[in-house]
Each structure stands twice: as C-alpha cells, then as structure tokens.
Design a protein around this ligand. Structure first.
Ligand code: OMP
Length: 276
C-alpha cells in the first residue's frame, strides 16, 4: 500500500491528524533510563505503545539516533512499529539534500535500510536532488517549504519574481514535481498565515506541520489554516511535549494522556462550524 493510502486510512481509523515525533534524548529520559543511549529503543517503544492509538503517524528524527550510534535501534524501532501497528506510517525525518547520485544512496538508506514509509527532504538543490526518492513509487517524499524555525524566514521569505521563495517551492512541488502523487510539504505551525497560503496553492496535498507543543504554535489557528474540505490533509507533529510530558516513572502514561489531549484539541477544529 502506498504512503498516501496508509496515511488516509490512519487519519480515518484513529480519527487523528496527530503525528508523534520520536526525538529520543537520553539526557531527558526518566531516572531509570537517564543518560543511557542503549535504552533508546526501549524508551521509544514505551512511548509508541502508549500513544499509537492517538496517532496518524510516527516521525523518528534520525539525528537523535545517529548522534548516539543508535542506528540499529532506529531500525529496530521502525520494524517494531510496522509489526505491532500495521498500517501506521513511519516518516523518517532526515531532511537530506544532495546531488542525484548521492540522493540515490540517501533514498536507499531511508526506504531500504530503515524501511520508512516517507522521508523529509530539503529542496534547495532542485529537482534532480529529489527525483531519486520519487523512484520509490509507493513512498512519500515530504519537501521542506516554510519551516517552523524563526531563521527559516531569512531565505524562505526572499522575494523571487514578486513572491516569497517558499511559495515557489509549493508551486514546483505541487505542479511540476508531483507526477505520481507522492509529495507532501512541511509548513510550520508557527506560521498559520503561510499554512493557509500553501493550502490554497496545493489542493489536498498532505502537509506535515511541526511546531505545536514545545515551539508554541497555536493548534486552533494551525488546523483552521490547513484543513481540507474533508477535515484531513495534515500531519500535525508534536515531539518533546509528548515524549517528555513527565520525566518520572509515569512517563508513558503521561505521554499517552498528552497524545490523547493533543489529538482531541486538533479535532475540535477539523471541520468548519459556526463556532470556528
Ligand atoms: O521536518 C520536520 O519534521 C521539521 C520541520 C520544521 O520546520 N520544524 C521542525 O521542528 N521539524 C522537526 O519536528 C520536530 C519538532 O519537535 P518539537 O518541537 O519537540 O515538537 C523536530 O524533530 C524537528 O526536527
């Protein structure tokens, strides 16, 4: 099944637009695991088991594994999610960007080594740096467009033929590059106005929207700006606010509660109503 099909099923099955980011930082683990990078899989497995029912996807961030020489634990984690929660997509957050021959290796890494269902990519080097990912035709390719960080504006808002550069990315991604329906875009929850602009430009294309929770993005404004007519179309990501909802022995229960509350807060605004 393609990434887009599994995502659409997961949106509906779990009644959720919440993507849970897996950014394991051993320094923030609860006391029994704290500082122990051999426990990354165990920590993430507890989070996954506690929160999968409230999620439409999981998004492990590769740096949090590679920095601790925990790539094998990342492989184990993605395999675990696929086995225990079949149909729930895993997005590898890698944000790679390189010349075609190297991008081919990065695509192999994401889709063959790690078996991810989708990957985040950086479009700065142009279409030939994205094309090798699209060769994996059932996989999703999620292109950075208007990122959540304040510094993103330095380049993404630069005037390009009368329009900010991020709009050119949205236009190329939706009209030139998306020949097989595999592409999504990253638009930060910290910029709801831009979410709304991108949504108008790209129809129902999936938007990965990080920036709620620890980065302070507003859930109501985000959902109203990004929702499609069907009340779908978004993967709204939260990582730290769920992973570290508690640093005590109740961390998994706290993550479960944070995930449920975040999913429910998102669902309040999924469909237009006289109140929203
Ligand atoms: O591609 C991403 O996932 C991403 C894009 C972006 O614009 N901003 C952003 O925060 N992210 C990632 O989303 C996650 C956000 O984490 P929290 O701020 O803890 O919810 C991190 O793993 C970031 O690397």
């Amino acid at each position: 099944m393609s990434f887009i099909q599994s995502l659409t099923n997961a949106w509906q099955r779990n009644d959720s637009l919440l993507c849970i980011g897996l950014d394991p930082d051993p320094a923030r683990f609860p006391a029994s695991f704290k500082g122990n990078s051999d426990k990354i899989f165990e920590f993430c497995r507890a989070i996954v088991d506690a929160s999968a029912t409230y999620a439409c996807a999981f998004k492990p961030q590769i740096a949090y594994f590679a920095a601790h020489r925990a790539e094998a634990q990342l492989e184990q984690l993605i395999a675990y999610i696929h086995t225990e929660y079949p149909g729930l997509p895993v997005i590898l957050d890698a944000k790679r960007g390189d010349i075609g021959s190297t991008a081919q290796q990065y695509a192999h890494e994401a889709f063959t080594r790690y078996q991810a269902d989708a990957v985040t990519v950086n479009p700065y080097m142009g279409f030939d740096s994205i094309e090798p990912y699209l060769a994996h035709q059932d996989k999703g390719v999620i292109v950075l467009c208007r990122t959540s960080n304040p510094g993103g504006s330095e380049l993404q808002f630069l005037n390009s033929n009368g329009r900010p550069l991020y709009q050119i990315v949205a236009e190329y991604a939706s009209q030139k590059w998306n020949t097989n329906g595999q592409i999504g875009l990253v638009v930060g929850a910290t910029f709801p106005h831009e979410i709304s602009t991108v949504r108008k430009m790209v129809g129902d294309m999936p938007l990965l929207i990080p920036g709620i929770g620890a980065q302070g993005g507003d859930i109501a404004a985000t959902v109203k700006a990004g929702r499609t007519e069907q009340g779908l179309g978004m993967l709204i990501n939260s990582s730290r606010a769920i992973l570290y909802a508690s640093n005590g022995s109740d961390f998994a229960a706290a993550a479960s509660q944070a995930a449920r509350e975040t999913r429910d807060a998102i669902n309040l605004y999924r469909r237009p109503s006289p109140l929203n």
